[in-house]
Design a protein around this ligand. Sequence first.
Ligand code: DC
Length: 226
Amino acid sequence: MGLPKTIAIDGTAGSGKSTLGSLLAEALGYLYLDTGVMYRAVTLAVIKAGLSLDDESAIGELARKVRIDVRPPSIDDGRDVDVLLDDEDVTWEIRQDDVNAWVSPVSTQRAVRDAMTEQQRRIAQENNVVMVGRDIGTVVIPDADLKIYLDASLEVRAHRRYQEMLERGETPDFNAVLASLKNRDKIDSNREIAPLKPAEDAYIIDSDNLNICQVFETAKALIYRM
Ligand code: DC
């Protein structure tokens, strides 16, 4: 068997899936797509447009209309990728608190998911790709050659997020970080459409007691054993 051409990585917020995905994509020379940034960019567009969360038809229309580009990083400021919303660089703006608070409820809406899923499937068809998200192995590319589900306990994930924010020069409140992750887990896992859950044929990696190098080695062992 050759190397897997499509790799789906799903998992909870802060589980380390984006870091794993970008390392694997770099090692394999594949395209890396963190689909969370697409949902974040749509959410930012919703906030900028001043739409209400209840206005599903306007949000759906916006999701179909906005142009989201995810490209290799053009600036060396700690970013993995450039995220452009209608040609504007929003790479850091999509990480702000207002987007964190709205992204899960916006992502529950069918029209938003349909618009994002369509783009993601096209990208998976056209490229060797490592795609990261919540529903990649279950809904977006259920025939992915390799599926990984990454998880860790809420406390460990909150500590990692808190540390990342400190390193970026922010002044986070640990309890607020923990509460925000908990709330997003709840919405992401319980939504009706494409809820967060491992695909039946996913390899589950629990990273509570593994550092990123060990997670990377575990994933590489799966890839090269295929
Ligand atoms: O991975 P992240 O924390 O950047 O994702 C932000 C939100 O986007 C997440 O809380 C739910 C949504 N999301 C989704 O619904 N489906 C995906 N495939 C990726 C993200």
